[in-house]
Design a protein around this ligand. Structure first.
Ligand code: NAP
Length: 248
């Protein structure tokens, strides 16, 4: 029997990149998927790939930063799928700029999607998981949330916030057998990082002891482990997936 047989996993930002890789890994390990992104039609490719693995895929349009949207979609997922056993808060954006040039709009946009979005989904799904007395949440943070980075104060603050949120939620929900962990990816090749200029990419490579950028599948494998019963005694932790860039 596959390790997620009979379970439903909710993944936000599942249309592409790391979110799509996570959805496919969980499906290949037996989970049915509730796929969320800004527009449900962007999820067609992920849905087709999940179905090709023999699993169900339900698709939802949702802006993770909008409380009413999130609560409506979580209710709908519970009605469609029957339960939510795994939550992966993956949707995230960057709007980079040096502190002195950073607009209030860019600060708010990044905090609203990355941190508030994670809070809203965590809150809505925690009610369901606490009631069923089981569940695993995995939040996608970043090594930038551990180290900071010039030009990314909004992103770094949002991901540090995700880490603190994860640790607090883990403590609140542990007695209900609901676990919450975070992963902190380093440089993973996706549309988000493809946008960086070649010289910045080469500069970043110098700080990676394994001398290669990560693949979305490198993140997906660790997320699947943390979501599984193999990690049954692991909660409130942050695991870096960064080729050795951060070792603390
Ligand atoms: P990506 O390719 O840009 O994918 C992110 C997905 O989230 C996109 O489909 C995006 O839709 C969706 N999204 C954005 N805002 C949303 C919102 N308000 N509501 C719902 N969905 C929304 O990014 P990625 O590289 O796969 O990153 C995934 C996660 O990993 C993010 O949290 C990111 O911060 C984190 N991460 C990435 C790296 C890396 O090196 N790539 C490193 C560390 C952490 P759109 O098409 O509209 O943008």
């Amino acid at each position: 029997m596959s390790r997620f047989e009979g379970k439903t996993a909710l993944v936000t930002g599942a249309a592409r990149g790391i979110g799509q890789a996570i959805a496919l890994k969980l499906a290949s390990d037996g989970a049915d998927l509730a796929l969320c992104d800004l527009k449900a039609e962007w999820l067609d490719e992920t849905r087709q790939k999940v179905e090709a693995l023999g699993r169900k895929a339900f698709c939802y349009s949702v802006d993770v930063s909008q409380a009413a949207d999130v609560s409506r979609v979580v209710d709908q997922i519970q009605a469609d799928a029957g339960s939510i056993d795994i939550l992966v808060n993956n949707a995230g954006i960057t709007k980079d700029g040096l502190l002195l040039r950073m607009s209030e709009e860019d600060w708010d946009a990044v905090l609203n999607v990355n941190l508030k979005g994670t809070f809203l989904f965590t809150k809505a799904v925690s009610r369901i998981m606490a009631k069923q007395r089981s569940g695993a949440m995995v939040n996608i943070a970043s090594v930038i949330g551990l180290m900071g980075n010039a030009g990314q104060c909004n992103y770094a603050a949002s991901k540090a916030g995700v880490i603190a949120l994860t640790k607090s939620v883990a403590k609140e929900l542990a007695k209900r057998n609901v676990r919450a962990n975070a992963v902190a990816p380093g440089f993973i090749q996706t549309k988000m990082t493809d946008a960086l200029p070649e010289n910045i990419q080469q500069e970043m490579m110098k700080n990676i002891p394994m001398a290669r950028f990560g693949k979305p599948e490198d993140v997906a494998n660790v997320v699947a482990f943390l979501a599984s019963d193999e990690a049954a005694y692991v909660t409130g932790q942050v695991l870096s997936i960064c080729g050795g860039m951060v070792t603390a």
